[in-house]
Design a protein around this ligand. Structure first.
Ligand code: ZN
Length: 131
């Protein structure tokens, strides 16, 4: 398992971590298997979507902001319930297939770390299982 750190820069943000995950796979020297990308935070998430057009992550964040308003009579005293809800909606992990030492991603797919309560110091874990 590899632990990777990153700094987020805004309240909500999607950061492309594909290259870092691919490097972790390469460093492991595994040819075929699966790769789990997981974040151990309750106000962040991991997802796969398009990054060829930067408007896609922008639209995803805007849609999540609309679906889960910042304030809505939440009870959680810390004041970041919207971030907790978004984290559960998007999910804490993704699984990617590894073939010939490469992540099997579609042409337009990237792996994103999603920040919903930044800016903060964050981490994500990459665990690789050979098959
Ligand atoms: Zn909280």
């Amino acid at each position: 398992m590899k632990e990777l750190s990153l700094e987020t820069n805004s309240r909500v943000e999607m950061i492309d971590i594909t290259a870092a995950v691919q490097k972790a796979v390469r460093d492991e020297g595994i040819k075929t298997g699966i790769c789990v990308v997981y974040t151990p935070h309750t106000t962040a998430a991991v997802t796969i979507n398009e990054n060829a057009d930067p408007d896609v992550p922008r639209d995803i964040l805007a849609a999540l902001d609309k679906a889960v308003p910042l304030s809505a009579n939440y009870r959680h005293a810390e004041g970041n319930s919207a971030a907790h809800v978004k984290s559960s909606l998007v999910g804490a992990s993704e699984i990617v297939i590894i073939e010939n030492g490469r992540l099997v991603l579609g042409t337009w797919q990237s792996i994103f770390f999603c920040e919903f309560d930044g800016p903060r110091s964050r981490k994500f874990l990459v665990s690789i299982i050979a098959s």
